[in-house]
Design a protein around this ligand. Structure first.
Ligand SMILES: [Fe+2]
Ligand SMILES: [Fe+2]
Length: 216
């Protein structure tokens, strides 16, 4: 880890620290949620992909924790325990197809897009800490998209079209739930130098891209 030239601006360090805590909490939740899902995944290929992802997310959590310690981050949870429970309950209740849409299109693809947008603004050490996690996330997104394509190909056309048509609404509902958690995400992003409106536009563009890929 790069311990040279730690940024001195306390506003930046606090905000980046909060974003790191949030990313680490989300990775840890994904790790738990995917671990639980292994038992009911529909086939061996899906079970193996989920198990690999559990290992990846565990590594991301370890990398981020180590970096946060060097960075001197206040590691107080950003998402509270009740909110964590609600997120676990949401994913636990989802059928396989809906699980794929919410986990891979929304959390993995759109969440990673937001993190990717922060990378060029980040200090060298933070950037380095995100390198391995973000490259693994690409793998997770690729699994989610190809698996969704595979499952949808097995559905009758009207059902396939109906499911695809409902995905934007699912993404909106998850975004609303995230907004409802009361985290001042826009403030955190702005404090690390991101233009929040631009970031939202990039996330929406990414949403359209992944939807196109799934529908292809
Ligand atoms: Fe991750
Ligand atoms: Fe991931």
């Amino acid at each position: 880890m790069n311990t040279q030239n730690l940024p001195v601006d306390p506003t930046y360090r606090d905000a980046m620290g909060q974003l790191l805590v949030l990313y680490t909490q989300v990775d840890r939740l994904i790790m738990e949620i995917c671990a639980e899902r292994i038992a009911t995944a529909p086939d061996e290929a899906a079970k193996l992909a989920l198990a690999k992802q559990v290992g990846d997310e565990s590594r991301h959590v370890a990398i981020q924790r180590e970096w946060m310690e060097t960075f001197g981050t206040d590691t107080t949870a950003v998402i509270n325990p009740a909110q964590e429970d609600a997120i676990r309950a949401h994913f636990r209740a989802l059928p396989w197809l809906e699980f794929l849409a919410d986990m891979y299109l929304c959390v993995e693809a759109l969440g990673s897009e937001a993190v990717e947008k922060v990378v060029p603004l980040a200090d060298p050490g933070t950037r380095e800490s995100l390198h391995v996690p973000l490259s693994d996330e690409l793998d997770h997104i690729a699994f989610g998209i190809s698996r969704l394509q595979h499952e949808l190909a097995g559905l009758p056309d009207p059902q396939r079209a109906a499911f695809l048509a409902k995905i934007p609404r699912r993404i909106e509902e998850l975004a609303d739930a995230f907004d409802g958690m009361g985290l001042d995400v826009s403030k955190m992003f702005e404090a690390v130098g991101a233009d929040y409106a631009e970031l939202c536009t990039a996330v929406l563009k990414r949403r359209d891209e992944v939807l196109e890929q799934v529908a292809a």
